[in-house]
Design a protein around this ligand. Structure first.
Ligand SMILES: [Zn+2]
Ligand SMILES: [Zn+2]
Length: 598
């Protein structure tokens, strides 16, 4: 299903022709050089499936390769991935994928490329470790070569020259990227906020960005727009710890259960610190939480005093005052540990009314309703719930306007393209760039599928490439928008089947139509309505069978139309209608008759 594309946003020009020469500071002059293309395959106009390709001389470097999680009305869809159509006949030109960080909206789609081509994936040790399980699940590990890079490292990756710069975000070991191209330096911010007091002391390498700006100059900045609508600065992750400790110390006798993102190791560290400071042991709920804590310890990213982590069974033996449970499911995901706990359906743990539950996360867009339901269910179980609406138990991992402006000031880019955000976020970020003094013609508002060319003449937009939502359901990739739309009709309106046997050649109805409904009308009117529907279909089919140019297909069409009209008039609903007309009297086989439909 192709998403609607908006070509022009209010207040910001989309440059489709060569822009006028930018009004810029003294920039280093470069000799004439090859063009560089940036192809946006996902993440611009939505939160999720982040993926961009940089193309130089026919070679490709991918920046991130993520999934998007479906909206509630995308029934049965597990994830949405980028449209790789453009990449498919260029697979052998991919020099590598560089990961900005380990979140699934940046790593979750690697498996859908690794089943087409062997890949080299570059990232921090943590990003690679977080990306790995999804690839392993798909039995594709042998097709992926994981290459670990450290802070500040500069690597030749095929035709590309990439610097990995320390960045701060809601998962440790994130990177911004400085990509040295024939058309100058491209900076990709990665997902970020500027946390000057990060839990691990690893600050963003802003100095290097400023240095590159002052020496080589930065040709193009691509920067995270998630919080571009919000003024001010996102608070440091370190501000959450004292609040957690206060909640722990005001509930000394109760068992405390905290949920957060399993990849948010800094949050997990602070929860563990709060628990330890009150003499509590810590246990985990949810597979990814246990896995990521083990990973954090192995990589030296978590510091946990010996004897602190215990099994759930051991925790059950302790008094509530000595237990802290860290759980997955902060987003109300339907089968997650916290959602099941709230429903009383978690087979490992049962909530007691005396428990305190802290939701140390904020719903990401689209999840508000499910999270609200979890909070309601928790209240139904009588527990005390502490969440981000009324306590400072969460801070965002994304930069607000103050930080976005600061990065722009440090980078002094010649051209700017906002990335990573819904369309309104991109618009606000573009407007901010203009307020920062960038010429309107040097700010491009792009969407998925857009192709940007950097050349000696400046920047321009080329013909877009395919960028439809590609739905994944189980092992089926590219479910197709029509399938999802059909599921939506079935879910919203139900299904009515009308079946009858006819002899088309003789023009007779052999058996009267039967009408069966599924998920449509569920009261005493049903029988009456169905009986009336049978009459309507019988009349229509009989009339069509008298027509000189009749066929099985035309009889089927008549049955569908009569039933649809009847149902629409009587109930004002539009269930899916499936006519099954069996031509039992002629040489036309039922399957041929079915093929003749539509
Ligand atoms: Zn992201
Ligand atoms: Zn992220």
């Amino acid at each position: 299903m192709a998403k609607p594309r908006t070509r022009v946003a209010s207040g910001v020009a989309r440059t489709t022709t060569k822009p006028k020469a930018p009004v810029t500071r003294n920039r280093p002059t470069r000799p004439p050089a090859d063009d560089v293309r940036v192809v946006f395959l996902g993440g611009l106009g939505e939160i999720g499936r982040n993926c961009a390709a940089i193309e130089v001389n026919g070679r490709i470097l991918l920046i991130d390769c993520g999934v998007m999680f479906p909206e509630p009305d995308m029934l049965g869809v597990d994830v949405i991935i980028p449209d790789f159509t453009w990449l498919m006949d260029r697979l052998d030109t991919i020099d590598g994928i560089v990961l900005t960080h380990g979140h699934e909206d940046h790593t979750g789609s690697i498996r859908y490329l690794a089943n087409q081509v062997d890949l080299k994936v570059y990232g921090s040790a943590l990003s690679l470790a977080l990306a790995r399980p999804r690839i392993e699940e798909a039995h594709l590990l042998r097709h992926v070569d994981f290459v670990e890079v450290g802070d500040g490292e500069r690597r030749k990756i095929g035709a590309f020259d990439v610097e990995f710069l320390a960045q701060t975000h809601s998962v440790p070991s994130a990177f911004a990227l400085a990509i040295h191209t024939p058309q100058g330096v491209i900076i990709h911010s990665g997902d970020f906020k500027i946390d000057l007091t990060p839990i691990d002391g690893r600050r963003a390498d802003l100095t290097r960005i400023a240095h590159l700006a002052a020496t080589e100059g930065i040709r193009l900045l691509l920067s995270d727009s998630t919080n571009a609508e919000n003024p001010g600065f996102t608070e440091s992750e370190a501000t959450v710890g004292p609040v957690l400790r206060a909640v722990f110390s005001t509930h000394p006798r109760q068992r405390i259960i905290v949920s957060c993102f399993a990849s948010h190791l800094h949050r997990i560290q602070q929860i563990i610190d709060a628990a330890v400071s009150c003499g509590r042991k810590v246990t985990t709920l949810g597979r990814s939480m246990q896995r990521n804590i083990d990973l954090g310890v192995d990589l030296g990213l978590l510091e946990i005093p010996a004897g602190t982590l215990i099994s759930l069974e051991s925790a059950e033996q302790l008094p509530p005052s000595q237990v802290c449970v860290i759980s997955t499911g902060s987003q109300g995901e339907s089968l997650s540990a916290m959602t099941l706990l709230a429903r009383g359906a978690n087979r490992f743990l049962t909530l007691e009314p005396s428990d305190v539950v802290i939701l140390s996360a904020h719903p990401i867009p689209g999840n508000e309703h499910s999270v609200g339901q979890v909070i309601d269910d928790l209240h139904r179980r009588g527990v005390e719930v502490v969440h981000s609406d009324h306590a400072h138990v969460h801070v965002s991992g994304h930069a607000r306007q103050g930080e976005l402006a600061l990065l722009m000031q440090l980078a002094q880019p010649e051209f700017f393209i906002p990335v990573h955000g819904e369309f309104r976020h991109l618009v606000h970020h573009a407007e901010l760039a203009e307020r920062m003094g960038l010429a309107r013609s040097n700010v491009l508002l792009c969407e998925d599928g857009d192709v940007v060319s950097l050349s000696d003449d400046g920047i321009s937009l080329g013909d877009p490439v395919p960028a439809a939502y590609v739905y994944v359901d189980g092992n089926t990739v590219d479910l197709g928008g029509a399938v999802v739309a059909t599921r939506r009709t079935l879910a919203d309106e139900g299904l009515v089947v009308v079946a009858c046997a006819v002899d088309v050649a003789a023009g007779t109805l052999l058996t009267p139509p039967t009408v069966t409904a599924h998920g449509w009308l569920a009261d005493e009117r049903t029988t009456v309505t169905l009986a009336a529907a049978v009459d309507a279909v019988t009349r229509a089919v009989t009339a069509e069978l008298a027509a000189p140019d009749r066929s099985a297909a035309s009889v089927e069409k008549a049955a569908r139309r009569a039933l649809g009209k009847h149902v629409g008039e009587k109930t004002r609903r539009k269930p899916m209608i499936i006519p099954v007309v069996l031509d039992a009297g002629s040489s036309v086989s039922p399957s041929a008759a079915r093929r003749g439909r539509r």
